[in-house]
Design a binder for this molecule. Sequence first.
Ligand SMILES: CC(C)(COP(=O)(O)OP(=O)(O)OC[C@H]1O[C@@H](n2cnc3c(N)ncnc32)[C@H](O)[C@@H]1OP(=O)(O)O)[C@@H](O)C(=O)NCCC(=O)NCCS
Length: 180
Amino acid sequence: MFAHSLAADAELRPLEPWQAAEFADHAVRVRADIEEYLPWASIVVDEASARAFLQSYADRQAADEGRIYGIWVDGVLQGGALFRVFDASTGVCEIGVWLGAAARGRGLVTHAVRHMIEWAFRERSMVRVEWLCDPRNTASQAVAKRLDMTHEGTMRAAFEMNGEHRDVQIWAVLATEWIL
Ligand SMILES: CC(C)(COP(=O)(O)OP(=O)(O)OC[C@H]1O[C@@H](n2cnc3c(N)ncnc32)[C@H](O)[C@@H]1OP(=O)(O)O)[C@@H](O)C(=O)NCCC(=O)NCCS
C-alpha cells in the first residue's frame, strides 16, 4: 500500500506482523548470508518467532521508538532496513540493514538507507543518524562510506554475540552535514 521504489523491480515497504509467515520464510532463506553479524537471524526461526520480532517493531513504531521495512525484489522479500533506535527527544536514531546474497551488489540498501536518512532529517528533524558495525564487516562499512558517514570510533568488546565479545564501530551522519 505504501512503497518507495528502489529500482524498476525493487521496493521498500513497511514490514508488519501480518507478514510473519513471509518474513519467517525469508529468514530461513537468508540466514546463512546474514547470521554472522545479526543476532535476530538466529532468533527468527519460524512464524511465531517472526511474528514476535515484527510485533516488537510494531510496538516500537506505535511508541515512535523504532521502525522496520522490507526490501522486495520482483515481489519476493530479499532484505530490509530498520530504525533499531529512534529517540525523537534527543534526535538520535540508528539504522540497521540486511540483504540476502542474491540481492546484493545493486545499491538497494544504500538507496533505502538514503531515503530513511532523508526522512529522519527532513520530516522528523532528527539530529544524528548512527550506523553500528563489526570492524570485519567491510560491506557494511562501504554502505556507511557511500552515505558520507563519519567513522567516529570503535568501542572495544562492546557487543556479545555467540559467546564472543566483539568490537563495534560507530559511524554517523549529522543533519548539519546532510542538509547543507
Ligand atoms: C551490509 C549489506 C546489506 C550490504 O549489501 P550491499 O549489496 O553491498 O549494499 P548495497 O545494496 O548498498 O549495494 C552496494 C553494492 O552495489 C554496487 N552498486 C551498483 N549500483 C549501485 C548504485 N546505483 N548505488 C550504490 N551502489 C551500487 C556497489 O558498488 C556495491 O558493490 P561493491 O560492494 O561490489 O562495490 C550486506 O552485505 C548484508 O546484508 N550483510 C549481512 C548483514 C549485515 O552485515 N548487516 C549490517 C550490519 S551492521
